[in-house]
Design a protein around this ligand. Structure first.
Ligand code: EPU
Length: 416
């Protein structure tokens, strides 16, 4: 297992190219199962999760290459199953459920099980599919779904769910009649998926609002599109500039996807300007402690909570951080404390009292975004930090040590 060794205390300066979004690329890749032929996606990041999805598609008979332009050929799909070994390492594998049911009307997908950030059930996906006429059985740890025909339905999600909205939107594309999804997720990745499905011939309206209407059609045909920029990667580099007191230019961003994050970081004392797809960020004074709560889009994303906490660890007062999406997304707290952060946890609330400095320490990554917060803490800390188990980081941050060292960070990947 590789680890990262970081010598902190260097302000980062320069330009960073933002990659395509993992959480956009994964549903697009799953969506290829809906239409027979070759699909093509540009701006696909090189990440472990993308390779896992390629393995899953290959297991089903869909072949693909390994480039930033990814072509996926679904002409020979023969296995309608997502096995435990692949779903276990990447929950987004459940995104094949909707497309398989849409096109083949049957699927066998492993239940994902627990996860480092919370229980993360898929009950809302299954309830919606049942409303569309899918018979669902749970057998030997697998969801087995089949239907003679999927039919349109009026579905209200009890809770906003991103992959739930994506799965059901895909399932509805080839259903009989009209499906209305209420309390839908409004994330940009949902909009990007709807855009691609529409390019393939689907009839989806309202993506980006909390009510999405899908009118079923007979068939979709493969098309092509670009993956949208990764707003969480961009947000992480914004914090990197702020926490080290540096100045970065982030290229290839969608500032309109980052409004809540940029606003909160400005409140925390960062100066942020955007122009087209460029965001410039710097910090001159001390970091200001501000409160933050996570919400579904367009609110402050849970995927930026851990990184924001690293920044608040060095704030000038007390910051109260509430995690409203996942019940257990504070695994980074104990590790940040090993670097000298002062955090008190009470259920879903963290009280962060800013300290004057963090100090480098050996720490361990527990999930993707927790790992990012440890990298940020280490970049700002005095001395050397060693971050173990960085395979989590490799799931979602393309070439992170190359991008950081290009802007001045002293960071090295050590193979173990
Ligand atoms: N939930 C249920 N039942 C369901 C579905 C969700 O109770 O059937 C609950 C979850 O347990 C959670 C909340 O609803 O408490 C929201 O979960 P959601 O379904 O929106 O999460 P997800 O779709 O599994 C995606 C991202 C996550 C991101 C969340 C929230 C992908 C592939 N994953 O997960 O990304 O944190 O939305 O925005 O899009 C990451 O990239 O690090 C990551 C974890």
């Amino acid at each position: 297992m590789d680890k990262l060794v970081i010598e902190g205390g260097v302000p980062l300066n320069g330009e960073v190219q933002i990659s395509g979004a993992k959480n956009c690329a994964l549903p697009l890749m799953a969506a290829t199962l809906i239409a027979n032929g070759t699909h093509s996606f540009g701006n696909v990041p090189h990440l472990r999760d993308i390779r896992t999805m390629q393995h899953l598609l290959a297991h089903m008979g869909a072949s693909s290459g390994h480039h930033h332009v990814l072509q996926i050929d679904t002409s020979d799909v023969h296995t309608l199953e997502a096995p435990y070994d692949l779903v276990r390492t990447m929950r987004a594998s459940v995104l094949v459920l909707g497309p398989l049911l849409a096109r083949y009307r049957r699927a066998r997908v492993s239940l994902p099980g627990g996860c480092a950030i919370g229980a993360r059930p898929i009950n809302l996906h299954l309830k919606a599919l049942a409303q569309m006429g899918v018979d669902i059985d749970l057998e030997h740890g697998y969801v087995v779904g089949h239907a003679r025909k999927l039919r349109g339905a009026s579905i209200t999600f009890d809770q906003v769910t991103v992959t739930g909205t994506e799965n059901i939107m895909m399932a509805a594309c080839l259903a009989d009649g009209v499906t209305v999804l209420k309390n839908s997720a409004r994330e940009p990745e949902v909009v990007a998926l709807a855009d691609y499905l529409n390019r393939m011939g689907a009839r989806i309206e309202g993506a980006g609002t909390d009510e999405i209407t899908v009118t079923g059609v007979c068939e979709l045909t493969p098309s092509s599109c670009d993956v949208i920029p990764d707003r969480i990667e961009a947000g992480t580099y914004l914090v990197a500039a702020g926490i080290t007191g540096g100045a970065l230019k982030l290229k290839g961003c969608r500032p309109d996807h980052l409004q809540a994050v940029m606003q909160k970081l400005r409140d925390a004392g960062l100066s942020i300007e955007s122009n087209g797809d460029l965001i410039e960020v710097c910090r001159r004074g001390r970091i200001r402690s501000v409160n933050m709560e996570t919400y579904p889009f367009p609110g402050f994303p849970t995927d930026m909570q851990a990184q924001f906490m690293a920044l608040m660890a060095l704030g000038n007062g007390t910051s109260i951080i509430k995690e409203r999406i996942f019940e257990n997304r504070f695994m980074h707290v104990l590790e940040l404390e090993r670097m000298g952060a002062d955090v008190n946890l009470d259920g879903r609330t963290a009280v962060v009292r800013g300290v004057k400095k963090l100090s480098g320490a050996p720490v361990m990554a527990t999930d993707l975004r927790a790992s990012a917060s440890l990298v940020l803490g280490a970049l700002a800390a005095d001395g050397i930090s060693e971050i173990a188990r960085i395979y989590h980081l490799d799931r979602g941050y393309e070439a992170i040590e190359k991008k950081l060292s290009a802007v001045g960070a002293r960071i090295e990947r050590v193979k173990q």
